[in-house]
Write a protein that binds this ligand. Structure first.
Ligand SMILES: [Zn+2]
Length: 308
C-alpha cells in the first residue's frame, strides 16, 4: 500500500470515530474534494458537562490553554499542529471520556482547553491581540497534522526539556521512532530550565516518609539523564511517583544535602517527550518556521492537510 493511500485510510478512520456517515467517508477519499469540518464532544471537568465544538474551534482553545500566547507566531503554529495531531490520535484510538465524550479538558487524560471568555479573564490587558495571534496560528495551519508511516503521531509536548528531550523507548519501553531524544539548545531562557527545590528534613519526611537524605538514591536513569527508578529506604519507587510526591517540575535531578536541608536540582519542566515548548519559542525567535520546529522534536514525520 502506498504511503498516500495509507494516509487517506488513517484520516478516514479518524473521521469515522467522529461519527461521520458513509457517504462523507467516500467523499473524503478524494483528497482534492473538500469535506465538512469534524465536530467533537468535549468534557469540561470543572463544570462536569459536555460541549460540542468544531475541531478548529477546539484546537484554538487548546493552543490558548497550553502555550503562552505571547510566544512567537511560528511557535504557536507548531503548537497548533501538535495539538491537532494529538487530538486526531486520541479520536482514532477511540477511548471515551466522562459522559461518553470524545475528549476531556483534564490534562492528565488529554489536553487543556479554555474558552475565549475564560481566556479574557486570564489576560484582560492583551485579550484581543493574543486571541488574534492564536486564531492566525490555527488558521494558517488549518487541518494540518503530522504522520509517521501514514498514521497521526502521538504528538506529545511539554514546557521545557532542560537541554535534551527524552526518548519514548527509554521512558515507556515502547519504541516510538518519531520520539527520540534530541539536544534542544533553545530553551535556556525558560524559567524552569534549571531550578532548585529546597526541603527541610521534616518536610521531606512528611512528603516521602524518609527521614534522611542518605536513604534516597537514584538507581536507574535514562541515557538522556532523567531518573527512572529510586530507592527510598528499602522501597523502590518510580521517578514519576517521586516527582508527584515532592511536586517536582521534572524527573531530571541531582540531589544534594546542605546542613539540615535536602536540595533537589531539577532540569526542565514536564515529561520531556516530543516538542519542548520553550525550545519551540527559542527556535521561532531565531527565524525558524513551524516545520523546522516540528521536524526537530518529532523525527522523520510527514505532513498532511485535511481538506475541510
Ligand atoms: Zn528544550
Amino acid at each position: 500500500m502506498s504511503r498516500k493511500t495509507k494516509n487517506k485510510l488513517i484520516i478516514i478512520a479518524g473521521i469515522f470515530f467522529l461519527g461521520f456517515i458513509t457517504c462523507m467517508l467516500i467523499r473524503a477519499c478524494k483528497q482534492s474534494e473538500q469535506i465538512s469540518e469534524p465536530s467533537i464532544s468535549l468534557y469540561l471537568s470543572q463544570e462536569k458537562r459536555c460541549i460540542e465544538l468544531k475541531l478548529e474551534e477546539y484546537i484554538q482553545g487548546v493552543v490558548a490553554a497550553e502555550m503562552p500566547a505571547s510566544f512567537e507566531l511560528e511557535a504557536l503554529k507548531a503548537q497548533a499542529v501538535a495539538a491537532r495531531t494529538y487530538t486526531l490520535r486520541k479520536l482514532i484510538d477511540g477511548r471515551k471520556y466522562a459522559l461518553n465524550s470524545d475528549l476531556s479538558d483534564n490534562i492528565y487524560e488529554c489536553q487543556a482547553y479554555i474558552s475565549w471568555e475564560e481566556f479574557g479573564h486570564r489576560h484582560p490587558q492583551a485579550k484581543q491581540l493574543w486571541q488574534k495571534r492564536i486564531e492566525q496560528a490555527c488558521n494558517e495551519t488549518r487541518g494540518e497534522i503530522m504522520l509517521y508511516n501514514g498514521e497521526p503521531i502521538d504528538a506529545l509536548y511539554h514546557s521545557t526539556c532542560g537541554g535534551k528531550t527524552e526518548s519514548a523507548l527509554e521512558s515507556w519501553g515502547k519504541d516510538t521512532p518519531y520520539l527520540r531524544s534530541v539536544n534542544c539548545g533553545y530553551c535556556q531562557h525558560a524559567k524552569h530550565y534549571e531550578s532548585i527545590q529546597v526541603f527541610s528534613i521534616r518536610e521531606f519526611q512528611q512528603l516521602t516518609g524518609v527521614s534522611s537524605a542518605e536513604k534516597v538514591k537514584i538507581i536507574k536513569k535514562t541515557p538522556a539523564g532523567r531518573s527512572k527508578k529510586l530507592q527510598l529506604n528499602d522501597r523502590l519507587i518510580s521517578a514519576e511517583e517521586f516527582r508527584r510526591l515532592c511536586h517536582l517540575p521534572s524527573t531530571w535531578w541531582s540531589f544534594k544535602k546542605k546542613e539540615d536541608k535536602f536540595l533537589i536540582e531539577s532540569k526542565g519542566y514536564g515529561h520531556g517527550l516530543g516538542m519542548c515548548q520553550y525550545g519551540a519559542n527559542g527556535m521561532a525567535a531565531q527565524g525558524k518556521n513551524y516545520h523546522d520546529i516540528l521536524d526537530k522534536y518529532y523525527q522523520n514525520i510527514d505532513y498532511y492537510r485535511m481538506n475541510y
